[in-house]
Design a protein around this ligand. Sequence first.
Ligand SMILES: [Zn+2]
Ligand SMILES: [Zn+2]
Length: 310
Amino acid sequence: METKEQKIKRFNKHLNSIPLEVLLTKNEEQAVQNEKDFQNLKEALAHDKCSFCGNLLSHFSVYKPCFHWLLWKAKGLRKKHFSILFKQKGFHEIEAYLRWVANCDVPIKNINDLVEEKSSNKFIETTIRYKNIEWSFSCSYGDFHGHKDKHEGIMPHYHFQMKISSNVVINYNGFHIPFNDYDEFCFNVEDGEFDRLRAGHIHGAGMQTLFENLSPEELINGMRKSDDESNAQFDVSTLIEADEGTTISGDDIASMFQESKKTGIPMSKLIQKLKNVKTQTFISPGPGVPEIAARKKNRRNKIVANSKVG
Ligand SMILES: [Zn+2]
Ligand SMILES: [Zn+2]
């Protein structure tokens, strides 16, 4: 049998044999197709339909397992039926579907895939929310290598939790879901094993993509003050320190508060106008981002980005 290294080598050779123009054209075609598929999913969801099987979300047949089962609207669907779906769809397919569904509602902030919030002994730990549904994936390094000494979960696998209105309907311990060949391929892409393939999310982007691709300055410049702070995507706090020999005018700060209230421009941006001060802004995920549902409770990390702004 071919080893992992041999497989990677063979596929790299194949990729490198494709002319660059052909690869770029294929990429573009795929991007157009993804855009179409995403819009179709959004449109279908708005009409309680599934863009994958074409049926209503309430449709259920054990012979036709489909992604839309994950929305828990299929009539007659029980927890036990998920073993059928998990046999047919791999982790990356299921996760990608849920990322898209979440982003159909509000982009990015429904997906907590922050590396900073993941516990260090987990290979995968992500929580995705859509309306009253919350899905979570968990894979420890032990799961990823397989529980060799146990009866269940000998193969590399992950665990899945699903909550409806805060009630657990599928518990983490309910299934040891094996990764399939496509997952193995995706992990290799994520590890950067292929010279011409890069992993990344577009329609499925979550908080991690945002923090990776935008600098704290860019994040702040793009922010608007949230009307409802309990729903805010970011939690921003700012430290202002006057330069030696100068003082900060309380009036200046007070008038900025007023301006922020009136215009919706966040304080963190307005204070950049202050002269003779050093400011430091801390950005962390706000209360509007779902907390990662840990298999074992882990504490929310306070600071994700820390940089000097202005
Ligand atoms: Zn369907
Ligand atoms: Zn396990």
